[in-house]
Design a protein around this ligand. Structure first.
Ligand SMILES: *[C@@H]1O[C@H](CO)[C@@H](O)[C@H](O)[C@H]1NC(C)=O
Ligand SMILES: *[C@@H]1O[C@H](CO)[C@@H](O)[C@H](O)[C@H]1NC(C)=O
Length: 412
Protein backbone atom coordinates (compact mmCIF):
# COMPACT_ATOMS: atom_id res chain seq x y z
CA UNK A 1 0.00 0.00 0.00
CA UNK A 2 1.10 3.55 -0.55
CA UNK A 3 1.14 5.97 2.35
CA UNK A 4 -1.88 8.25 2.65
CA UNK A 5 -1.59 11.41 0.64
CA UNK A 6 0.26 9.84 -2.23
CA UNK A 7 -1.51 9.73 -5.54
CA UNK A 8 -0.21 8.07 -8.59
CA UNK A 9 -1.09 9.30 -11.99
CA UNK A 10 -0.07 8.66 -15.48
CA UNK A 11 0.00 11.22 -18.24
CA UNK A 12 -0.37 10.07 -21.78
CA UNK A 13 1.79 11.53 -24.45
CA UNK A 14 1.08 11.02 -28.10
CA UNK A 15 1.61 7.28 -28.19
CA UNK A 16 3.63 6.11 -25.29
CA UNK A 17 2.70 6.18 -21.70
CA UNK A 18 4.66 8.31 -19.36
CA UNK A 19 4.08 7.82 -15.72
CA UNK A 20 4.23 10.57 -13.20
CA UNK A 21 4.11 10.29 -9.50
CA UNK A 22 2.12 12.90 -7.72
CA UNK A 23 3.35 12.88 -4.19
CA UNK A 24 1.50 15.08 -1.78
CA UNK A 25 3.74 16.09 1.07
CA UNK A 26 2.75 13.77 3.88
CA UNK A 27 4.45 10.48 3.42
CA UNK A 28 4.04 8.99 6.83
CA UNK A 29 2.07 6.06 8.11
CA UNK A 30 1.53 3.09 5.92
CA UNK A 31 -2.07 2.32 5.34
CA UNK A 32 -3.10 -1.27 5.16
CA UNK A 33 -6.47 -2.56 4.10
CA UNK A 34 -7.39 0.09 1.63
CA UNK A 35 -6.23 2.04 -1.32
CA UNK A 36 -5.96 5.67 -0.58
CA UNK A 37 -5.22 6.06 -4.21
CA UNK A 38 -8.00 7.29 -6.28
CA UNK A 39 -8.73 6.91 -9.89
CA UNK A 40 -10.97 9.88 -10.27
CA UNK A 41 -9.99 12.46 -7.74
CA UNK A 42 -9.07 16.10 -8.13
CA UNK A 43 -6.40 18.16 -6.46
CA UNK A 44 -3.20 19.70 -7.55
CA UNK A 45 0.11 17.92 -7.28
CA UNK A 46 2.68 19.27 -4.86
CA UNK A 47 5.50 17.35 -6.42
CA UNK A 48 5.86 15.54 -9.67
CA UNK A 49 8.40 13.20 -11.12
CA UNK A 50 8.24 11.62 -14.53
CA UNK A 51 9.73 8.48 -15.82
CA UNK A 52 10.19 7.50 -19.37
CA UNK A 53 8.58 4.30 -20.62
CA UNK A 54 11.99 2.70 -20.45
CA UNK A 55 12.21 3.46 -16.75
CA UNK A 56 8.77 2.03 -16.20
CA UNK A 57 9.85 -1.20 -17.79
CA UNK A 58 12.87 -1.34 -15.56
CA UNK A 59 10.91 -0.95 -12.36
CA UNK A 60 10.61 -4.02 -10.21
CA UNK A 61 7.95 -6.46 -11.21
CA UNK A 62 5.50 -6.79 -8.37
CA UNK A 63 2.51 -8.21 -10.07
CA UNK A 64 3.54 -10.95 -12.42
CA UNK A 65 1.30 -11.68 -15.34
CA UNK A 66 1.53 -15.34 -14.35
CA UNK A 67 -0.19 -14.57 -11.10
CA UNK A 68 -2.98 -12.86 -12.95
CA UNK A 69 -3.43 -15.70 -15.37
CA UNK A 70 -3.60 -18.07 -12.42
CA UNK A 71 -6.30 -15.97 -10.84
CA UNK A 72 -8.43 -16.14 -13.95
CA UNK A 73 -7.79 -19.85 -14.39
CA UNK A 74 -8.65 -20.47 -10.74
CA UNK A 75 -11.90 -18.67 -11.27
CA UNK A 76 -12.79 -20.80 -14.25
CA UNK A 77 -11.70 -23.98 -12.56
CA UNK A 78 -13.85 -23.24 -9.55
CA UNK A 79 -16.72 -22.45 -11.86
CA UNK A 80 -16.36 -25.86 -13.49
CA UNK A 81 -16.14 -27.59 -10.12
CA UNK A 82 -19.25 -25.86 -8.92
CA UNK A 83 -21.14 -26.76 -12.03
CA UNK A 84 -20.46 -30.44 -11.58
CA UNK A 85 -21.02 -30.35 -7.82
CA UNK A 86 -24.50 -31.23 -6.53
CA UNK A 87 -25.73 -27.86 -5.20
CA UNK A 88 -23.67 -25.66 -7.45
CA UNK A 89 -24.10 -21.92 -7.42
CA UNK A 90 -25.65 -20.69 -10.66
CA UNK A 91 -23.15 -18.55 -12.51
CA UNK A 92 -25.13 -16.57 -15.00
CA UNK A 93 -26.11 -13.31 -13.47
CA UNK A 94 -28.84 -12.25 -15.84
CA UNK A 95 -32.44 -13.12 -15.14
CA UNK A 96 -34.36 -15.13 -12.57
CA UNK A 97 -34.73 -18.71 -13.89
CA UNK A 98 -38.46 -18.25 -14.50
CA UNK A 99 -37.67 -15.58 -17.08
CA UNK A 100 -34.62 -17.21 -18.63
CA UNK A 101 -35.82 -18.98 -21.75
CA UNK A 102 -33.54 -21.69 -23.00
CA UNK A 103 -31.20 -19.94 -25.38
CA UNK A 104 -31.46 -16.25 -26.08
CA UNK A 105 -34.37 -15.26 -28.33
CA UNK A 106 -32.18 -12.43 -29.59
CA UNK A 107 -31.00 -12.72 -33.18
CA UNK A 108 -27.44 -11.54 -33.60
CA UNK A 109 -26.66 -11.25 -29.90
CA UNK A 110 -23.12 -10.31 -29.01
CA UNK A 111 -22.67 -13.76 -27.52
CA UNK A 112 -23.27 -15.37 -30.91
CA UNK A 113 -20.83 -12.91 -32.52
CA UNK A 114 -18.22 -13.69 -29.87
CA UNK A 115 -18.59 -17.42 -30.43
CA UNK A 116 -17.58 -17.19 -34.08
CA UNK A 117 -14.91 -14.55 -33.57
CA UNK A 118 -11.35 -15.87 -33.91
CA UNK A 119 -9.93 -13.44 -31.35
CA UNK A 120 -12.71 -12.88 -28.86
CA UNK A 121 -14.07 -16.42 -28.98
CA UNK A 122 -11.04 -17.36 -26.93
CA UNK A 123 -11.11 -14.42 -24.59
CA UNK A 124 -14.72 -14.30 -23.49
CA UNK A 125 -15.89 -16.83 -20.96
CA UNK A 126 -19.55 -16.50 -20.16
CA UNK A 127 -19.16 -18.98 -17.29
CA UNK A 128 -17.13 -16.76 -15.00
CA UNK A 129 -19.50 -15.39 -12.36
CA UNK A 130 -20.24 -11.70 -12.80
CA UNK A 131 -21.98 -11.10 -9.48
CA UNK A 132 -21.38 -12.41 -5.99
CA UNK A 133 -24.05 -13.17 -3.38
CA UNK A 134 -24.54 -15.20 -0.20
CA UNK A 135 -24.25 -18.64 -1.79
CA UNK A 136 -20.71 -17.87 -2.89
CA UNK A 137 -19.45 -17.63 0.64
CA UNK A 138 -18.14 -21.19 0.80
CA UNK A 139 -14.90 -22.66 2.20
CA UNK A 140 -13.66 -23.19 -1.37
CA UNK A 141 -14.13 -19.55 -2.31
CA UNK A 142 -12.77 -18.31 1.00
CA UNK A 143 -9.62 -20.39 0.59
CA UNK A 144 -8.99 -19.24 -2.93
CA UNK A 145 -9.67 -15.53 -2.37
CA UNK A 146 -8.25 -14.98 1.12
CA UNK A 147 -4.66 -14.65 -0.07
CA UNK A 148 -5.32 -12.73 -3.26
CA UNK A 149 -5.00 -8.95 -3.11
CA UNK A 150 -8.03 -6.70 -3.33
CA UNK A 151 -9.86 -6.05 -5.60
CA UNK A 152 -9.20 -9.50 -7.07
CA UNK A 153 -9.50 -11.23 -3.74
CA UNK A 154 -10.03 -10.72 -0.04
CA UNK A 155 -6.55 -10.35 1.37
CA UNK A 156 -6.65 -8.17 4.49
CA UNK A 157 -10.42 -8.37 4.90
CA UNK A 158 -11.64 -10.35 7.88
CA UNK A 159 -13.72 -13.47 7.69
CA UNK A 160 -16.36 -11.89 9.91
CA UNK A 161 -16.78 -8.80 7.72
CA UNK A 162 -17.09 -10.92 4.59
CA UNK A 163 -19.44 -13.48 6.06
CA UNK A 164 -21.70 -10.90 7.67
CA UNK A 165 -21.83 -8.84 4.46
CA UNK A 166 -22.40 -11.68 2.04
CA UNK A 167 -25.01 -13.27 4.31
CA UNK A 168 -27.11 -10.18 3.69
CA UNK A 169 -26.86 -10.60 -0.09
CA UNK A 170 -29.61 -13.22 0.06
CA UNK A 171 -32.33 -11.58 -2.01
CA UNK A 172 -32.85 -13.34 -5.34
CA UNK A 173 -32.19 -9.92 -6.97
CA UNK A 174 -28.59 -10.12 -5.76
CA UNK A 175 -27.89 -13.02 -8.09
CA UNK A 176 -29.44 -11.56 -11.23
CA UNK A 177 -28.41 -8.34 -12.87
CA UNK A 178 -31.77 -7.65 -14.46
CA UNK A 179 -34.81 -7.88 -12.23
CA UNK A 180 -37.17 -8.11 -15.19
CA UNK A 181 -36.96 -9.04 -18.83
CA UNK A 182 -37.60 -6.18 -21.26
CA UNK A 183 -40.44 -6.50 -23.75
CA UNK A 184 -38.32 -7.11 -26.86
CA UNK A 185 -36.31 -10.21 -27.65
CA UNK A 186 -32.95 -8.59 -27.10
CA UNK A 187 -31.61 -6.98 -23.96
CA UNK A 188 -30.20 -3.73 -25.27
CA UNK A 189 -27.83 -1.85 -22.98
CA UNK A 190 -26.16 1.52 -23.14
CA UNK A 191 -23.13 2.12 -20.95
CA UNK A 192 -22.44 5.79 -20.46
CA UNK A 193 -18.95 6.90 -19.51
CA UNK A 194 -18.30 10.51 -18.59
CA UNK A 195 -15.95 11.42 -21.43
CA UNK A 196 -15.87 14.86 -23.04
CA UNK A 197 -16.86 13.32 -26.38
CA UNK A 198 -20.48 13.51 -25.16
CA UNK A 199 -20.46 17.31 -24.92
CA UNK A 200 -22.72 18.48 -27.74
CA UNK A 201 -23.24 14.90 -28.96
CA UNK A 202 -27.07 14.96 -28.85
CA UNK A 203 -27.08 11.25 -28.03
CA UNK A 204 -29.53 11.54 -25.14
CA UNK A 205 -32.49 10.03 -26.96
CA UNK A 206 -30.45 7.19 -28.44
CA UNK A 207 -29.13 6.38 -24.97
CA UNK A 208 -32.56 6.44 -23.33
CA UNK A 209 -33.95 4.18 -26.07
CA UNK A 210 -31.98 1.25 -24.66
CA UNK A 211 -33.63 -1.17 -22.23
CA UNK A 212 -31.00 -0.59 -19.58
CA UNK A 213 -28.65 2.35 -19.07
CA UNK A 214 -25.49 1.99 -17.00
CA UNK A 215 -23.82 5.06 -15.51
CA UNK A 216 -20.93 5.51 -13.13
CA UNK A 217 -19.02 7.87 -10.85
CA UNK A 218 -19.61 11.58 -11.62
CA UNK A 219 -22.59 11.02 -13.93
CA UNK A 220 -23.98 14.55 -14.20
CA UNK A 221 -27.36 14.61 -15.93
CA UNK A 222 -28.98 17.95 -15.21
CA UNK A 223 -28.29 20.37 -18.03
CA UNK A 224 -26.92 17.60 -20.27
CA UNK A 225 -30.09 15.62 -20.94
CA UNK A 226 -29.87 16.10 -24.71
CA UNK A 227 -26.33 14.73 -24.75
CA UNK A 228 -26.47 11.94 -22.17
CA UNK A 229 -30.15 11.12 -21.63
CA UNK A 230 -31.96 10.82 -18.33
CA UNK A 231 -32.52 7.12 -17.75
CA UNK A 232 -30.35 5.30 -15.22
CA UNK A 233 -30.89 1.59 -14.57
CA UNK A 234 -27.55 0.92 -12.91
CA UNK A 235 -25.04 3.12 -11.17
CA UNK A 236 -21.58 1.55 -10.77
CA UNK A 237 -18.87 2.66 -8.37
CA UNK A 238 -16.50 1.78 -5.59
CA UNK A 239 -16.96 3.71 -2.35
CA UNK A 240 -13.69 5.49 -3.07
CA UNK A 241 -14.67 6.62 -6.57
CA UNK A 242 -18.21 7.50 -5.51
CA UNK A 243 -17.13 9.73 -2.66
CA UNK A 244 -14.35 11.32 -4.69
CA UNK A 245 -16.81 12.05 -7.48
CA UNK A 246 -19.11 13.86 -5.06
CA UNK A 247 -16.22 16.08 -4.07
CA UNK A 248 -14.54 16.55 -7.45
CA UNK A 249 -17.64 17.11 -9.56
CA UNK A 250 -19.87 18.94 -7.10
CA UNK A 251 -18.94 22.15 -8.86
CA UNK A 252 -20.40 20.69 -12.08
CA UNK A 253 -23.64 19.74 -10.40
CA UNK A 254 -22.87 16.22 -9.23
CA UNK A 255 -24.28 16.81 -5.77
CA UNK A 256 -25.91 13.49 -5.09
CA UNK A 257 -25.75 9.87 -6.15
CA UNK A 258 -28.52 9.05 -8.65
CA UNK A 259 -31.57 7.64 -6.87
CA UNK A 260 -34.87 6.24 -8.09
CA UNK A 261 -37.07 3.32 -7.31
CA UNK A 262 -35.96 1.28 -10.32
CA UNK A 263 -32.30 2.12 -10.05
CA UNK A 264 -29.88 -0.60 -8.90
CA UNK A 265 -26.39 -0.05 -7.52
CA UNK A 266 -23.37 -2.06 -8.65
CA UNK A 267 -20.64 -2.19 -6.01
CA UNK A 268 -17.10 -2.75 -7.22
CA UNK A 269 -15.46 -4.50 -4.26
CA UNK A 270 -12.18 -2.63 -4.50
CA UNK A 271 -11.40 -2.93 -0.80
CA UNK A 272 -12.71 -3.30 2.74
CA UNK A 273 -14.61 -0.02 2.50
CA UNK A 274 -16.94 -1.45 -0.12
CA UNK A 275 -17.90 -4.48 1.94
CA UNK A 276 -18.50 -2.33 5.03
CA UNK A 277 -20.58 0.20 3.13
CA UNK A 278 -22.59 -2.52 1.40
CA UNK A 279 -23.38 -4.22 4.70
CA UNK A 280 -24.35 -0.94 6.37
CA UNK A 281 -26.49 0.04 3.39
CA UNK A 282 -28.54 -3.15 3.60
CA UNK A 283 -28.88 -2.88 7.36
CA UNK A 284 -29.65 0.84 7.17
CA UNK A 285 -27.07 1.71 9.81
CA UNK A 286 -24.06 4.06 9.89
CA UNK A 287 -20.79 2.45 8.80
CA UNK A 288 -19.51 0.91 12.06
CA UNK A 289 -15.75 1.01 11.49
CA UNK A 290 -12.91 1.91 9.16
CA UNK A 291 -12.30 4.87 6.89
CA UNK A 292 -15.99 5.66 6.43
CA UNK A 293 -16.93 5.18 10.08
CA UNK A 294 -20.15 7.01 10.96
CA UNK A 295 -21.12 7.59 7.32
CA UNK A 296 -24.87 7.20 6.65
CA UNK A 297 -25.48 5.05 3.56
CA UNK A 298 -28.94 6.57 3.14
CA UNK A 299 -27.13 9.78 2.21
CA UNK A 300 -26.02 8.04 -0.97
CA UNK A 301 -28.64 5.42 -1.74
CA UNK A 302 -31.80 6.88 -0.22
CA UNK A 303 -33.73 5.89 2.88
CA UNK A 304 -35.49 2.87 1.37
CA UNK A 305 -32.43 0.94 0.22
CA UNK A 306 -32.71 -2.79 0.92
CA UNK A 307 -30.72 -5.83 -0.23
CA UNK A 308 -32.48 -5.98 -3.58
CA UNK A 309 -31.10 -2.58 -4.59
CA UNK A 310 -27.52 -3.84 -4.60
CA UNK A 311 -25.37 -5.97 -6.87
CA UNK A 312 -21.79 -6.86 -6.03
CA UNK A 313 -19.23 -7.69 -8.71
CA UNK A 314 -17.43 -10.99 -8.08
CA UNK A 315 -13.68 -10.65 -7.40
CA UNK A 316 -13.17 -13.53 -9.84
CA UNK A 317 -14.84 -11.46 -12.53
CA UNK A 318 -12.42 -8.61 -11.87
CA UNK A 319 -9.46 -11.00 -12.09
CA UNK A 320 -10.80 -12.49 -15.31
CA UNK A 321 -11.38 -9.06 -16.87
CA UNK A 322 -7.86 -7.95 -16.01
CA UNK A 323 -6.31 -11.12 -17.29
CA UNK A 324 -8.26 -11.57 -20.52
CA UNK A 325 -9.05 -8.03 -21.64
CA UNK A 326 -6.96 -5.43 -19.85
CA UNK A 327 -3.61 -6.93 -18.98
CA UNK A 328 -1.51 -3.80 -18.82
CA UNK A 329 2.20 -3.10 -18.95
CA UNK A 330 1.54 -0.99 -15.85
CA UNK A 331 1.24 -4.24 -13.93
CA UNK A 332 4.99 -4.63 -14.28
CA UNK A 333 5.70 -1.23 -12.79
CA UNK A 334 6.50 -0.39 -9.22
CA UNK A 335 2.90 0.46 -8.46
CA UNK A 336 1.63 -2.40 -10.58
CA UNK A 337 -0.17 -3.91 -7.61
CA UNK A 338 -2.50 -0.91 -7.65
CA UNK A 339 -3.51 -1.42 -11.25
CA UNK A 340 -7.10 -2.13 -12.02
CA UNK A 341 -9.43 -1.49 -14.94
CA UNK A 342 -11.29 1.83 -14.66
CA UNK A 343 -14.82 1.99 -13.25
CA UNK A 344 -16.11 2.60 -16.77
CA UNK A 345 -14.25 -0.42 -18.11
CA UNK A 346 -15.69 -2.63 -15.40
CA UNK A 347 -19.23 -1.44 -16.14
CA UNK A 348 -18.80 -1.90 -19.88
CA UNK A 349 -17.40 -5.41 -19.46
CA UNK A 350 -20.21 -6.24 -17.02
CA UNK A 351 -22.70 -5.21 -19.71
CA UNK A 352 -20.79 -7.20 -22.36
CA UNK A 353 -21.18 -10.31 -20.22
CA UNK A 354 -24.88 -9.88 -19.48
CA UNK A 355 -26.64 -7.90 -22.24
CA UNK A 356 -27.42 -9.08 -25.79
CA UNK A 357 -26.45 -5.78 -27.38
CA UNK A 358 -24.19 -3.11 -25.97
CA UNK A 359 -23.53 0.47 -27.01
CA UNK A 360 -20.78 2.44 -25.29
CA UNK A 361 -21.06 6.22 -25.03
CA UNK A 362 -18.57 8.61 -23.49
CA UNK A 363 -15.70 6.12 -23.56
CA UNK A 364 -12.19 6.92 -24.70
CA UNK A 365 -11.65 6.89 -28.46
CA UNK A 366 -8.78 7.69 -30.84
CA UNK A 367 -9.87 11.33 -30.90
CA UNK A 368 -9.81 11.84 -27.14
CA UNK A 369 -7.45 14.78 -27.47
CA UNK A 370 -10.14 16.77 -29.25
CA UNK A 371 -12.35 16.64 -26.18
CA UNK A 372 -12.35 17.69 -22.58
CA UNK A 373 -11.77 15.14 -19.79
CA UNK A 374 -15.51 15.08 -18.94
CA UNK A 375 -18.57 16.29 -20.85
CA UNK A 376 -19.57 18.71 -18.13
CA UNK A 377 -16.41 20.78 -17.80
CA UNK A 378 -16.94 24.36 -18.86
CA UNK A 379 -13.39 24.92 -20.00
CA UNK A 380 -11.58 22.19 -21.91
CA UNK A 381 -9.34 20.11 -19.66
CA UNK A 382 -7.05 17.44 -21.04
CA UNK A 383 -7.86 13.85 -20.13
CA UNK A 384 -6.02 12.98 -16.94
CA UNK A 385 -4.47 9.54 -16.80
CA UNK A 386 -3.72 7.71 -13.55
CA UNK A 387 -1.15 5.00 -13.09
CA UNK A 388 -3.66 2.63 -11.55
CA UNK A 389 -5.56 2.60 -14.87
CA UNK A 390 -4.44 2.13 -18.46
CA UNK A 391 -6.73 4.30 -20.53
CA UNK A 392 -4.82 3.83 -23.79
CA UNK A 393 -5.12 0.08 -23.47
CA UNK A 394 -8.84 0.53 -22.77
CA UNK A 395 -9.12 2.74 -25.87
CA UNK A 396 -7.60 -0.03 -27.98
CA UNK A 397 -9.97 -2.60 -26.53
CA UNK A 398 -13.12 -0.55 -27.16
CA UNK A 399 -12.04 0.19 -30.72
CA UNK A 400 -11.30 -3.45 -31.36
CA UNK A 401 -14.59 -4.70 -29.88
CA UNK A 402 -16.36 -2.17 -32.10
CA UNK A 403 -14.44 -3.30 -35.19
CA UNK A 404 -15.26 -6.93 -34.45
CA UNK A 405 -18.96 -6.02 -34.27
CA UNK A 406 -19.27 -7.08 -30.64
CA UNK A 407 -20.40 -3.69 -29.40
CA UNK A 408 -21.03 -0.22 -30.78
CA UNK A 409 -18.63 2.48 -29.68
CA UNK A 410 -19.82 6.05 -30.02
CA UNK A 411 -17.09 7.94 -31.89
CA UNK A 412 -16.82 11.30 -33.58
C1 LIG B 1 -31.82 -12.79 4.48
O1 LIG B 1 -31.05 -12.64 5.64
C2 LIG B 1 -31.67 -11.89 6.66
C3 LIG B 1 -30.66 -11.69 7.78
O2 LIG B 1 -29.97 -12.87 8.04
C4 LIG B 1 -32.95 -12.60 7.11
O3 LIG B 1 -33.58 -11.86 8.11
C5 LIG B 1 -33.87 -12.77 5.90
O4 LIG B 1 -35.02 -13.51 6.26
C6 LIG B 1 -33.15 -13.47 4.77
N1 LIG B 1 -33.98 -13.43 3.59
C7 LIG B 1 -34.12 -14.45 2.77
C8 LIG B 1 -34.96 -14.20 1.56
O5 LIG B 1 -33.63 -15.57 2.99
C1 LIG C 1 -18.71 21.81 -25.33
O1 LIG C 1 -19.22 21.99 -26.64
C2 LIG C 1 -19.44 23.33 -27.00
C3 LIG C 1 -20.00 23.37 -28.41
O2 LIG C 1 -20.86 22.33 -28.65
C4 LIG C 1 -18.15 24.12 -26.97
O3 LIG C 1 -18.38 25.47 -27.23
C5 LIG C 1 -17.53 23.96 -25.59
O4 LIG C 1 -16.25 24.57 -25.58
C6 LIG C 1 -17.40 22.53 -25.22
N1 LIG C 1 -16.89 22.42 -23.85
C7 LIG C 1 -15.72 21.88 -23.56
C8 LIG C 1 -15.33 21.90 -22.13
O5 LIG C 1 -15.00 21.38 -24.39
Amino acid sequence: MLPPGVRVCCMARRNRICVCLLAVLTVSTVLYGHYYITSESPGSPKARASWSQQTVDQLSIQSLPGEVERAANDAEERTEKRQTAPNHVPERAKFPPSQEKSGSPCQGSLKSKVKTDPLYGERFSFNVPVLMWDKHFTPVTWNSLRDRKVPYGWHGISYSVLSSTLKLMNDSANSWLFDARPSGNCIRCAVVGNGGILNGSRQGKAIDDHDFVFRLNGAVIQGFEKDVGTKTSFYGFSVNTMKNSLIAYEVYGFTKIPQSEDLRYIFIPSDLRDYLMLKSSILGIPVPEGYDKGDQPSKYFGPQASAKKFKLLHPDFLAYVRSRFLRSEIMKSKFGYLYMPSTGALMLLTALHTCDQVSAYGFITDSYQDFSDHYYERVKKPLLFYANHDMLLEAKLWKSLHQHGIMKLYQR
